[in-house]
Design a protein around this ligand. Structure first.
Ligand SMILES: [Zn+2]
Ligand SMILES: [Zn+2]
Length: 78
């Protein structure tokens, strides 16, 4: 795993986290952050049983500005 792909190791851990039980990240309560490679966009999963996410522009752990994160995709992605 290349740590500098993401802002910090906490982010890298959560982005790369894969659950053995839940194949769908939206079903897994342990999966917090989802990363869209194409958009270079980080989002928090809203665990309300659906597939809602909230895009984030700052690292929740370190407060680092997430490079490439764009405000244009701030709406909910499905
Ligand atoms: Zn970070
Ligand atoms: Zn799980």
């Amino acid at each position: 795993m290349i740590l500098n792909k993401h802002c910090c190791e906490d982010m890298a851990y959560h982005v790369d986290f894969e659950c053995d039980v839940h194949s769908n990240p939206f079903d897994c309560p342990d999966k917090l952050v989802i990363y869209d490679k194409e958009e270079n966009d980080y989002a928090l999963i809203i665990h309300d049983g659906g597939t809602a996410t909230i895009s984030i522009c700052y690292c929740p752990w370190r407060g680092t500005v997430l490079k490439g994160s764009s405000h244009k995709n701030a709406d909910l992605q499905r």
